[in-house]
Design a protein around this ligand. Structure first.
Ligand SMILES: Cc1cc2nc3c(=O)[nH]c(=O)nc-3n(C[C@H](O)[C@H](O)[C@H](O)COP(=O)(O)O)c2cc1C
Length: 204
């Protein structure tokens, strides 16, 4: 258990028809071979999450990405429901719960707030990494390796060119994750994975 190759992207946007940034970002996983894109609001418009299907998807992949807009310093609601239902005791955690051990997890997030708002002296007072503590600890409890998030900050003023650039960075990161080319120790020293991709993506 716990093996599986490739990357599973769990996508959550409750108003995708109004999305500017995730609309473009969500094209990146579809361009990368070995990446499965799974739209949770599309699959479960009534929140009727199929636990067995979700667990099979997790088992079949080595890395898991939670892609979503930042909503109230957290994820849209379906990702919380997904955690509550899918990460079962005796499967994901607990003395016999080893299904996710050794897998990698990180968030891909868009925020209305600018990067300098997410610091102790900033408007939002906490860093992104601090605000993601519940997800980080959930991953740890399940024996997963948690990486800093990929973040596209300041969505409201973002130009189409900037959005496209984030999409290309996301694509590059997914390829590197799939190929095991991310320097994980170095990545942990950055606030976000896309702070300096040239540094954290090793050459093949
Ligand atoms: C319900 C709701 C809550 C939000 N909460 C936050 C927040 O806590 N922090 C933040 O920076 N932006 C927040 N925003 C702004 C969204 O993150 C932003 O609109 C979104 O990332 C833009 O991506 P999109 O074009 O794909 O919709 C919130 C937006 C909504 C609708």
């Amino acid at each position: 258990m716990g093996s599986g190759t490739g990357v599973l992207v769990l996508f959550a946007h409750p108003a995708f028809q109004r999305s500017r940034v995730n609309r473009v970002l969500s094209e990146a996983p579809k361009r990368v071979e070995g990446v499965t894109f799974h739209d949770l609001y599309e699959a479960y418009p009534d929140f009727d999450i199929d636990v067995a299907t979700e667990q099979e998807l997790l088992l079949a992949h080595g890395s898991v990405v939670l892609q979503h807009p930042f909503f109230w310093y957290s994820t849209p609601a379906i990702l919380k429901e997904w955690q509550d239902l899918v990460l079962e005791h005796g499967w994901a955690y607990g003395s016999h719960g080893t299904a996710l051990r050794g897998k990698t997890l990180f968030n891909v997030i868009t925020t209305g707030g600018r990067e300098d708002a997410y610091k102790p002296e900033g408007h939002n007072r906490f860093t992104m990494r601090e605000l993601l503590a519940p997800i980080e600890q959930t991953a740890r409890l399940c024996g997963m390796r948690f990486l800093p998030p990929f973040v596209a900050h300041g969505t409201h003023g973002m130009t189409p060119e900037e959005i496209e650039a984030h999409g290309r960075d996301y694509e590059r990161l997914l390829e590197a994750i799939r190929d095991g080319l991310v320097d994980v120790e170095l990545a942990q020293t950055y606030p976000r994975l896309n702070a300096d991709l040239d540094q954290i993506v090793r050459r093949p």
